[in-house]
Design a protein around this ligand. Structure first.
Ligand SMILES: Nc1ncnc2c1ncn2[C@@H]1O[C@H](COP(=O)(O)OP(=O)(O)OP(=O)(O)O)[C@@H](O)[C@H]1O
Ligand SMILES: [Mg+2]
Length: 241
């Protein structure tokens, strides 16, 4: 589904990704953790073709993203199959909750208005925002904005969802609810990449966990990785060896 092969990226001469390689298989819930600034959001943006690897290859659903970065047909086609929950939410300020969530349906799919309505309402119900559909983003708490972003990512029912810090800023009960949603989608065949600092969320959702640090995956494994004593895990958790 997703393959990173020896990917390099730098900004203003400062290297961020230095030989990043990993694979995400169909149906997996791959959790990417690592210190702030290690390049996790940057990695997600390579998957949707916002960035082109300076070296190496990023292949997503059979599409070589770097080679097609100037090919809008291919890139738009690929993006339609990916739901992305941005770290900051990235909502459109002048559209209410309902219209923010309806946006990808209106842009991408030719659906009847009643089908749009049923899908949007379904997505809002999943993130417990059914009563807030008329509100503008400025009237929402940070956690609510996050949940709108989540609803918008899942409303097109994409086979692949990328989550950037899906639980940051949410209270424990809401975080657990979001984690349950991620697991639920996973169980329905959605492939997921979850970037998170939230150890609790990682334990709840992960089929595999990888630690990104110093530009590459330092270690990967199943959930038990977080209970082990690999130096990168200890460093990430704030318990250096
Ligand atoms: N478009 C850009 N221009 C310049 N520098 C960038 C750009 N995008 C990312 N960077 C830099 O790349 C590094 C990695 O950023 P990134 O946002 O991927 O980190 P992160 O692992 O997601 O961090 P956090 O956990 O804080 O969200 C940072 O030093 C950041 O300043
Ligand atoms: Mg980030």
């Amino acid at each position: 589904m997703i393959e990173f092969k020896d990917v390099f990226q730098s900004f203003g001469g400062r290297p961020v990704l230095r030989g990043l390689s990993f694979n995400v298989k169909d149906g997996e819930c791959f959790v990417l953790m690592g210190p702030s600034g290690s390049g996790k959001s940057t990695t997600l943006l390579h998957i949707v073709g916002v960035y082109k690897a300076r070296r190496g290859e990023v292949v997503v659903q059979g599409v070589d993203v770097g080679k097609n970065i100037d090919n809008p047909d291919v890139l738009v086609g690929l993006r339609r199959k990916i739901g992305l929950v941005f770290q900051g939410g990235a909502l459109v300020n002048w559209l209410n909750v309902y219209d923010n969530v309806a946006l990808p349906l209106r842009e991408a799919l030719e659906l009847e208005e009643n089908e749009i309505e049923s899908r949007v309402n379904d997505a809002l119900e999943k993130v417990l925002l059914s009563n807030d559909s008329e509100k503008l983003p400025s009237e929402l708490s940070g956690g609510m904005r996050k949940r709108v972003a989540l609803a918008r990512a899942l409303v097109t029912r994409p086979p692949l969802i990328l989550y950037d810090e899906p639980t940051a800023g949410l209270d424990p009960a809401m975080s657990a609810q979001i984690a349950r949603l991620i697991v639920d989608f996973s169980q329905h065949g959605v492939t997921s990449v979850v970037v998170t600092h939230d150890v609790d969320c990682a334990r709840r959702v992960a089929s595999r966990i990888a630690i990104l640090s110093k530009g590459k995956i330092q270690v990967e494994g199943d959930k038990s990785l977080l209970d082990g004593n690999h130096p990168s895990v200890l460093e990430f958790l704030g318990h250096p060896a």
